[in-house]
Ligand binder design. Structure first.
Ligand code: ADE
Length: 240
């Protein structure tokens, strides 16, 4: 049976997936960590889903690369997945053809705000480029567009960030995937990133306003496409 672990940053993004997959709460091994796990079976697939959980000091969802790293490490140790799926929301550029609710598969994942100009090697380390070998084929089979998933630790966008983001043809800007990819690479676990657009960064309304207004709808569209991906994976497992 194929073991799949989904890493989702916020409980609002995960709620619809947990509900429709009928996943139940299970304990993570380390109670000090805030991440929360859910588990179940879907069409022969052994599914776990882990969210970063609520920050105990600030009482907000733990977004960003630091909780994503811890969650992924802990999830890989506990669930030993054959495949990781990072499902979440993102910002995108309207003038590069994106619209609210578009769902992308990340063919490449990189940092956009880890700039280390200390020569080629540090520069490449900072950039952290990860190529998802599976993304192109699954995107094709699902009829989804691909994007470069660009990770940083800010929801808003500075002019420096924008210049770097605009180097890519199609952008899915978010806050976790490159950190998840680094841990996936260490443990030689394949990773697929699927991102649904909540906000257009070249729109007049602020990212925060758009994000809050579109989070529920974008999360539903994300859930629908996660299901399409799981159906495909289930059929492939049965055919194998
Ligand atoms: N998640 C959703 N929209 C985002 C944005 N514009 N930047 C970072 N993370 C996001």
């Amino acid at each position: 049976m194929q073991r799949i672990t989904m890493i989702v940053a916020m409980k609002q993004e995960a709620a619809s997936i947990i509900k429709h997959l009928n996943l139940s709460d299970i304990d993570m091994h380390d109670p000090v960590l805030t991440c929360q796990a859910f588990q179940g079976n879907y069409k022969g697939l052994d599914i776990s889903l882990v969210v970063n959980g609520t920050d105990r000091e600030y009482n907000v969802e733990s977004v960003g690369t630091q909780p994503a790293t811890i969650t992924t490490l802990e999830a890989i140790r506990q669930f030993k997945p054959d495949l990781l799926i990072n499902a979440g929301t993102c910002g995108a550029f309207q003038d590069k053809g994106s619209a609210i609710g578009d769902v992308y598969m990340g063919e490449k994942i990189r940092y956009f705000d880890r700039r280390i100009p200390l020569g080629e090697d540090y520069f490449a380390y900072g950039d952290g480029s990860y190529v998802s070998k599976l993304a192109g084929e699954y995107a094709r089979q699902l009829g989804l567009k691909t994007a470069v998933v660009c990770t940083g630790n800010s929801l808003d966008m500075s002019p420096t960030d924008e210049a770097i983001l605009r180097e890519e043809p199609v952008v899915a800007k978010e806050m976790e995937a490159a950190a998840i990819a680094a841990v996936a690479k260490l443990y030689k676990t394949p990773l697929l990133a699927m991102k649904s657009v909540t906000d257009l960064m070249d729109e007049k309304d602020t990212t925060a306003e758009q994000f809050l207004a579109n989070l529920t709808r974008a999360s539903e569209l994300l859930q629908q496409n996660v299901f399409r991906l799981l159906d495909l994976l289930s059929n492939q497992t049965k055919a194998a």
